[in-house]
Design a protein. Sequence first.
Length: 608
Amino acid sequence: MRPRRRARRRDAQRLRRIAVARPVLEEISQWLAAHRKLVLILLLALSVLIRAGYYFEAADGPLLYGHLWSEADMGFFDHWAKVILHDDPLGRQPLHPFFFWQVAPAEAHFRAHPEQIAQYEAAGVPHGDTDALYRALWDRWTHGKEYYQEPLYAYLIAFTYWLSGPSVRAVFAWQMMLGVATNLLVYLIARRYFGELAAALSGLLILFYSPLFIYELTLLRTTLTAFLAAAAVVALEWALSGDSWRRWWVTGAAVGIAMACQSTFSFFLAGCLGLLFLRSGSSPRAVLRPTAAIVCGAALAVSPIVARNIAVGVPPLGWTGAGVWTFVRFNTPSEDPRMGGVLPSFPDHIRVLGASDAKAIPAVLATLREHTPATLARLVLLKFQKTWNWYEEGDNVSFYFSRLYSSVLRYAPVTNTIVSPLLLVGLALFIKQWKRLAPLYLLAANGILVLLVTFPMGRYRAAYFAVLIPLGAAVVVQALEWISSRQFRKLLVLASALLVAFLWTSLPLPPSHPLIPSAYYFAPFSYYWRPPHDAAVEKQDWREAARILEQFLRSEPQDFATVDDPELIRFFAASHATLGGELQKAGEPARASLEFARANELGALLPK
């Protein structure tokens, strides 16, 4: 009996401690609930102010001009929108980019299949015109008149250009508004699932989540994807909380619009249908009406694309022509996620694309045949690790180069170094509540699957991680509750899990993987600094030419001992030498001598 009495006494003492401590958190939550409008106004005001600061900083540098890079997706989106607006609204002619790196895969393919050259020439490719031949091959691999990528974003840009003229800044304006709206939706999601304190923390985290808001001033789909992902979660929760086919129809429409931006939201749609069947239990009739409503809503949302495809003579559901070769690129054994996304020029890429003719099912099967069970498991595990790693893998945009030209990006404290471990632990901590949190878990499953099937680039994962931030905020709130109630054993387990997750997600980059790849130095110089610099040289305005070069050299790596690219070292050495010559002509010999000395210092690092 005595042990039982002691246990009851300990339980009573613990309950008294909880009763004393819990009111502190409850008072905070009650205050936040009572001042909900104030919290929302602060969130919206700070969201706008941060974006204004970021915009005005970015305007004085290369960050707003990525669309001038002809070898990037931003340049293609700009071109595609102008074609829609002025030449070919329905895309009756094939429209695909042809970047410099596409030459090598085409060369390798025709070396392996020289007999196909005559077939292309018979179809109209001029004899001996390798450029036309390679373009024709890539048109075939990207499925002719199919949209190169999902068309919603390109049509929104075209509509913006129609309203305001061909100004990317007008696009950036509505992207920043979508960013503010996404912050608001994330706050509302957190409040719905985890209460007022978690909502306030979520608002704070999303407010400073720079891996997402960097894309608001870039001609890429990430901002739109994040907003549509948040809207899909809100719509699904709204449908689950009621019993109306109209709610399911709206949810279907929301997910369908998201699919028109990123077709991978079809996984989310399939998950919605799965949730309906789970809820129906043994009554199929109960699920029939909402299933029909959600499917009809999604079908209506994508119907303009389907109608266009039928009109131009391509498969009705084919609206991402680049999808097959993208899958091949990221899933053959040559892919090493630790080193970033490879270009599709390895022998296994060429074998798969040649054998499958870039048709979806044959390409998937051919890709899998390239693997052994061990290599496939290794690839999936490496991608999973990369999904949660702190590093923002660049794709058209380098997060770390951009920070050189924006203190807002540089000092915004919330990156995936913080968010990744919180989300990992949150997904595990609340797994027993998955039915209540089904929309969040469904989005997490959708995002993880997308990143494993494609590649965990920063621009891909930021849209998903941002909307999942409420799970991370809820982990912090849970820790505060256990601290206040003195449940130190549970707190120790949680802290240990967070530490392990932090150490795992903070694994360093391989030594051969630079923080900023060389392309993100070369490209901004070529499209942003070189044209005005050359114009100043032509006018012999040496002070202006020097000023432009000095602005560029702000991006110079601090430690060239870690740079493993001789071309990059040579490039900066030449830039310092050029700057020295211009300063000398501008009548500043002292500064010129410093630049010449720096050029010699960098030249000494080059291999002999």
